[in-house]
Design a protein around this ligand. Sequence first.
Ligand code: NA7
Length: 876
Amino acid sequence: MSTNTTLHDTTDAGQASTNGTTTTVDVAVVGAGFAGLYLTHRLRQMGISSLGFDVADNVGGTWYWNRYPGARCDVESIDYSYSFDPELDAEWKWSERYATQPEILTYLNHVADRFDLRRNFRFETRVEKAIWNESSKRWILTTSDGDDIDCRYYVMATGCLSVPKQPDITGAERFAGETYSTGRWPHEGVDFTGKRVAVIGTGSSAIQSIPHIAAQATELTVFQRTPNFSIPAHNGPPVPDKVAEIAADRAGYRERARWSRAGVPLEASEVSALTVTLEERNAAYEKAWNTGGLFSLSTQFNDLGTNKAANDTVSDFIREKIAGVVDNPETAAKLSPYSYPFGTKRPCLDDNYYAVYNQPHVELVELRAEPITTITEKGVDTSDRSVEVDALVYATGFDAMTGALVSVDITGRDGLTLAEKWSAGPKTYLGLTTVDFPNLFMITGPGSPSVLSNMIVSIEQHVDWICDTLAHMTASGFELIEPTSAAEEAWGLHVNDFAGLTLFPQANSWYMGANVPGKPRVFLPYVGGVDGYRRICDEVVERDYLGFKLAGDNREQLNDGVVRELQPDVTIMLELIAELGMPPLESLPVAEARALSDAGKDMRPPGPDVGEIVDGTFPGAVGDLDYRLYRPTSPDQGADDQRGIVVYYHGGGWVLGDATSDDPLCRDLCDRTGAIVISVDYRHAPEAVFPAASDDALAALAWVRANAEELGGSADRIAVAGWSAGANLAAVVAQQVRGDGQPPLRGQALLTPVTDGTTVRPSMNDNADGLMLTKSLMDWFWDQYTDKAQRSDPLVSPLLADDLGGLPPAVVVTCQFDPLRDEGNAYAQAMAAAGNEVEHSVARGHIHTSVPAVDALPTGAVHRETIAAALTRFLA
Ligand code: NA7
């Protein structure tokens, strides 16, 4: 990074210039909180002029406004501090583990003084409008003091929880007593002594303030819509061990924070909550409960955020704690959350919150049972009663993550406003930028880790990324940056895919936009971690601003592309497998390749239970072979009480595997379809070469047809299915038995089939390496099974059959990043063109091996369901 770069249009580097009522500056910044202050400091260092705005009369951002009693940070202050200046970091001493709002505000004022930042801000000034001027390639801002700001870059450093939610309770304007909002608390403080007080809301602000309000009020009534999980803060002086750890290696500690999941260095558990005993689990939770802190409980096991059953264990633990503290069992029950998993709404840290309800003058009203009908002049009416109060405190939260961004009237290219563009939910690239709003940056915007992380670490990362980008642009002669539509679209999918792996979407939380009436239900932050996200942002830069268009007077660079296309669970699996450092299968003798491939079986989840599993043998083309039969638990289907049968052929390139090697997938198919699944073996290459496998596959079907009733199924309702080379066999068998005088096959399910050994299609080269099935492994499989000359035989390349008419209905699932994708797609298209019924889908973000990974890769489930639903239809 360069620290003394200037932009082209800066006549007086580092200074804004004013002409009449227009001020010209390089960068306009909205917000004087943690983000705006650090950004201003960095820009000053770089010699880039900036002007910041804040409605408040001083610095502080969220910590300026949230002055309610008990307001504190709920990430330890030692972590919730700037790291950009080691001297500042070393010198500043927090007095408590979780600093109070006044102390945090003092810190921010100290930072503003220390780096002389206030002179770059106009306080008590609101940016009301921002319009992109396409001809000058600049933003024109209109401020509340009537001034226009003409800037090259426009940065919204407006925070994620800065716009209080508008009162959405009937009659709110009628109340004649004192009204307060936690997010806009009077600077002089409020004395509730001798007063009857109502608090509406039980989020973090309420949970922090209620014990303080209860200490003064004569009567306190708390109106709770949804109970929250709250963990004791165990506040006190900063934890000595942690202070010592940081003092010993400050730079190392901060670097670990930058590369941690949540922006705080934490030990991540690798153990599932469901694999330990109840005693072990509760001992872990008890220790965490006594340690306190936002992350203590959630990091005890690795599946609390992704597995509901695992989450239930910690949720139960907290509910027991609530019951242990609150004397009145009815009140304890009301305070116990059941409607969402722990952690899917922001958990709270408290200081004796639950015990407040043991005080005789404190009452909890459960709004789900008795909703507020209206606020009146005197208080709050519910469906059951009228509660008269002297003061009403709204602790009803914020229009989170997008509220502040759309509260300024921002108009981008072609008159499009940000509010219009985001009417169905925010669209960003990396949570930093958005299409049609060139040179606009958001700090901790939607689609970035932001509120799921230590905000200060995320703020510093965003500010650094933006400043490094400006430096790069200046040095390279660019003055315009905008993401591409493809990059933005794909980022939205990636953010959503990641959230879908977690329990977060199960809650009506502000993470989901669910707290604001009418707000689109979209998961707003990025759940992939500060570490993973930082890696992505760095990679975007390393790949020369992938997904961005950069332009200057004399040059333009369009580097369209997508930074993360694989499903997130597929990426995680690939990283884990890469860590194992296994040799390529094709580099091994066949016996060793088989042993290595078999060893993987023990590492995978077993798949669902089925009613019965029977192992046996059947006559193959030249001798007995094994089968494994899966009988479902579900009630019999079909008029004659006989089930449909799926004859399944396993994957493994005609070389690896056996009748049991796709066990989880077969269980899953059996469970989802309610059909009998018979996984049949076939002879393998190189011992038995082409056409041994297809001969055995055909023999297996003949045997199942002849013995269907004995197996508990119906000879009239048989389908074939397979994965990879097994799908090749299923396709070949389906062609061979056409019109053979027997009841026709009801269907064929082909998952990533091999269909043509004669042509190298683009997907083979595009996905040649690093995605489990490689091009060289596929070549090796082919070489084991067939001579090159044999590969045009439809018995191994079913796509090359002269006649593809009259085939059974097919479901074909191919994977986007599979070397076999294009030949699978070609087969689906060719079958459809020949007049067959074909359902074909391409599994987005999947690789050759990921869809069969039952219970290991959640994103594959939808594609297995596609196959199962089609089979169920075929066999009905
Ligand atoms: P939150 O966490 O959004 O809490 C707001 C609370 O107000 C929550 O209990 C809401 O219930 C409740 N609420 C909101 N609207 C209503 C209406 N109309 N009627 C009754 N109750 C209502 O905001 P906080 O300020 O407490 O905390 C925000 C974050 O700041 C916090 O997570 C930390 O990160 C710091 P709901 O759950 O929506 O049913």
